[in-house]
Design a protein around this ligand. Structure first.
Ligand SMILES: CC(C)(COP(=O)(O)OP(=O)(O)OC[C@H]1O[C@@H](n2cnc3c(N)ncnc32)[C@H](O)[C@@H]1OP(=O)(O)O)[C@@H](O)C(=O)NCCC(=O)NCCS
Length: 178
């Protein structure tokens, strides 16, 4: 589908799917230099799906500033996924989410997963499902009564991943160039 996806290994069998070969923990400011390239990989992947998602030249600086502010924000959640074995101490993925008020609907607060990313070699082994489970309970602990996910409509990986876990569209954003 994309250059990046082409580098992923073929889907593993059931035994390989069982384990979560990483360690998930809240990110700290010290993780920012390793998180920025992962966040940019995700945005560049999205760019491949849709020309209206062209990555800005200053995206690295934006990523740094957003991560700095959200790591310190009690209404946000940034989880860092560390590898194990030879990848120990290396960040192989991350999840970023925020708790947002819904002024007109109940539940009043939603936990919005804005980014979820794993390096290609770590995909399709059930790790994404593990990240989703962990971020959902952390968002619930922060007061969210519903969990939502924002992703580009053309991102087939994300739509299939979330659909498989029982997510369905509730709000659509349509766009056209001006
Ligand atoms: C989304 C992501 C975190 C899921 O992690 P994962 O470990 O691959 O997910 P799981 O192993 O728990 O679930 C795999 C399911 O996700 C979907 N999926 C994962 N990779 C896919 C791909 N290349 N093409 C289509 N569907 C894919 C499928 O539904 C798959 O189920 P299947 O293997 O039975 O077909 C990971 O694939 C990723 O980082 N993708 C790139 C970044 C991205 O698109 N993020 C979402 C937008 S914010």
């Amino acid at each position: 589908m994309t250059v990046e996806e082409g580098s992923a290994s073929s889907p593993p069998g059931p035994a390989e799917r069982a384990a979560a070969p990483l360690h998930l923990r809240p990110a700290t400011a010290a993780d920012i230099p390793s998180l920025v390239p992962l966040l940019l990989r995700l945005k560049r992947l999205n760019e491949e799906f849709d020309p209206l998602l062209r990555v800005r030249d200053d995206a690295p600086q934006q990523a740094r500033a957003i991560l700095e502010s959200q790591i310190a924000d009690p209404k946000a959640l940034v989880l860092a996924a560390e590898g194990v074995g030879p990848d120990r101490d290396k960040l192989v993925g991350f999840v970023r989410a925020i708790v947002r008020e819904r002024p007109f609907y109940t539940p009043e607060f939603e936990g919005v997963i804005v980014d979820i990313y794993l390096l290609p070699l770590y995909r399709r082994r059930g790790v994404g499902e593990y990240l989703l489970r962990e971020v959902s309970s952390a968002l619930k602990a922060k007061g969210a009564g519903v969990v939502t996910a924002e992703f580009p409509a053309q991102n087939e990986i994300a739509s299939r991943f979330y659909a498989k876990r029982g997510f369905r569209p509730i709000t659509l954003i349509h766009a056209r160039s001006l």
